[in-house]
Design a protein. Structure first.
Length: 346
């Protein structure tokens, strides 16, 4: 419709999908459902952690009259009659017994054949992608040959030359800096095995990693070389970042290397407060920070206390929490992904 596109989510954490698309494109979405949103710009979506596909020349309608609408759409869309074509149909949500993907794909294929298109279900040169959601149907021309996350399985923590069991997976690492608007320079003050730096490097984002443990620093460097990336990795203290000569940071992403139990002591919370203050000192005004915090299984308690305590801690050290998202982990632990903005010192 017009110059807009439909963006199709992977199905994992719809609210984060919406937030990531808006952050990457720097424009507001129109949500048609949890997994389908409309947007006027698609810049940077090839870097997304939550997007499956982008559709151009799209249509939205009801299952009840899709045949007539599809024929009308064919008259308006720019398809090449000389190239082979296929219809790819996907269902979101619960199955409706009277609505079968194969029937819809076959009917659309029949329309195309009647217009002398060559149907090729194996290696088509053109594809029409169809999404079924309940009684709604969407279709359009796909922008990506493959989902942006293609290849991530080759970069999971266990595939890297250096890893630890707590290493951050590629999806969450990429999601964090995308929610920062993928701005450079990016800092990970507790880089661990370098998961965030690997993903940032693959997206051509200038990144700096800091870790107090020499083993982590050496291992992160190995992982950066392994992915043919570039990043500066420094052995240093996250509570004394200014002493390392770091300055002018616009994005900060980190996953504190300790679990929920560490927050039960005042020592753990005080340490995190010092880290927030240290990050503040090396960031530009308006810099964005995303970090993971341990929560109770239901998300009701964050860093060992109520949400309000966490928010006050950020504010005390010069950070305004903008948004946060709960991510379940297992029966006794969750995580809160927090996005905050650096305030101007008064």
């Amino acid at each position: 419709m017009g110059g807009s596109h439909l963006v199709i989510g992977s199905g994992w954490h719809p609210t984060l999908f919406h937030a990531e698309v808006e952050s990457l494109t720097n424009t507001q979405i129109i949500a048609h459902s949890d997994r389908v949103v409309e947007i006027n710009k698609i810049n940077n979506l090839e870097k997304s952690a939550t997007v499956n596909q982008v559709l151009a020349s799209w249509h939205k309608g009801e299952i009840s009259d899709y045949e007539e609408k599809f024929e009308q759409w064919l008259d308006s869309v720019n398809l090449d009659i000389k190239q082979s074509i296929a219809v790819k149909c996907t269902r979101h949500g619960e199955k409706i017994p009277t609505v079968r993907k194969v029937d819809i794909a076959t009917k659309m294929g029949t329309f195309l054949s009647s217009r002398d298109f060559k149907i090729d279900l194996t290696s088509p040169e053109q594809v029409i992608e169809v999404i079924i959601e309940g009684e709604l149907i969407f279709w359009g021309l796909p922008h990506f040959d493959f989902p942006p996350r293609t290849g991530w399985k080759d970069r999971v923590a266990t595939a890297r030359p250096f890893f630890k069991p707590v290493s951050l997976d590629p999806r969450q690492a990429r999601l964090m800096f995308n929610l920062c608007g993928a701005k450079a320079p990016l800092l990970d003050p507790m880089c661990g095995t370098g998961g965030i730096l690997v993903e940032a490097s693959l997206c051509d984002i200038q990144a700096i990693g800091v870790d107090l443990d020499p083993e982590m620093v050496a291992g992160t460097k190995k992982n950066i070389v392994w992915c043919n990336g570039q990043a500066e990795v420094i052995c240093g203290d996250a509570t004394r970042l200014a002493d390392l000569g770091i300055t002018g940071i616009d994005s900060v992403c980190f996953d504190p290397p300790y679990g929920r139990n560490a927050w039960r002591s005042e020592k753990g919370v005080n340490f995190f407060s010092k880290v927030l203050n240290s990050i503040n000192e090396v960031c530009n005004v308006g810099a964005t920070m995303c970090c993971m915090l341990p929560t109770s299984a239901d998300g009701s308690r964050v860093i060992g206390g109520e949400y309000s305590v966490m928010e006050e801690l950020f504010l005390k050290e010069g950070w305004k929490v903008e948004q946060y998202w709960f991510i379940p982990v297992h029966s006794s632990l969750g995580r809160l992904l927090v996005r905050a903005k650096r305030l101007d010192a008064e």
